[in-house]
Design a protein around this ligand. Structure first.
Ligand code: CDP
Length: 204
């Protein structure tokens, strides 16, 4: 039987960590949908056409250093193109419907990709906290970036993601909002697991 957990939220909110932990806890599969947009963005930086890149995306394209700040910006630009988003819908919906449960994280999972998801979370934090976390992550991965540059990137992508006409970033009406500004990772994970546990109970 399928069970879909939709986890949305702004840039660097900790969706990835929370999603991986929820998936591991329940034995569900996990799809980081941001990687799809990052892969398309990376191809555009290499000169490809965005829509063509989205239509012909293969698993191998999801490897490599897609976390680089330049790729994140390119991802948020291609993500505003309706035809790019349309080309990625079927893959995401098929993943969500797989037997055994699935966690998808992104910007529009609870609103557009899986409006019927059994559990919806919106994971957020202040822009400063998110930028701080992402800055440390990038430094540890060997990227040479300043906190101010990361904060500017986070703010710019938040604005573009929230203001675009197609599938803008916003919580679904029935999403549970988890603000992790003052939470440790363990606390955020525990809060997310508790929500999913409750929804599973409602369904049983
Ligand atoms: O990890 P982070 O939150 O920084 O970014 P990401 O989740 O990897 O997403 C990169 C970019 O892809 C975002 O800024 C969005 O513009 C876009 N995206 C989207 O539009 N819809 C999704 N479901 C996932 C990502």
């Amino acid at each position: 039987m399928s069970f879909t957990v939709a986890i949305d939220g702004p840039a660097a909110a900790g969706k990835g960590t929370v999603s991986r932990a929820v998936a591991a806890h329940f034995g569900f599969a996990h799809l980081d949908t941001g990687l799809l947009y990052r892969a398309v963005g990376a191809k555009v930086l290499e000169g490809a056409d965005a829509v063509e890149a989205a239509r012909t995306l293969v698993a191998d394209d999801l490897t490599g250093d897609l976390r680089a700040p330049g790729v994140a910006q390119a991802a948020s630009r291609v993500a505003a193109e309706p035809q790019v988003r349309a080309a990625l819908v079927d893959f995401q919906r098929a993943f969500a419907a797989r037997a055994g449960g699935a966690v998808l994280d992104g910007r529009d999972i609870g609103t557009v990709i899986c409006p019927e998801a059994q559990a919806k979370l919106f994971v957020t934090a202040s822009a400063e906290v998110r930028a701080g976390r992402r800055w440390r992550e990038l430094c540890e991965a060997g990227h040479d970036v300043t906190f101010d540059a990361v904060l500017a990137d986070v703010r710019e992508r938040d604005a573009r993601d929230s203001e675009r006409a197609t599938a803008p970033l916003r919580p679904a009406e029935d999403a549970v909002v988890i603000d992790t500004s003052e939470m440790s990772i363990d606390e955020a994970v525990a809060a997310a697991i508790a929500v999913v546990e409750e929804k599973r109970g409602e369904r049983a």
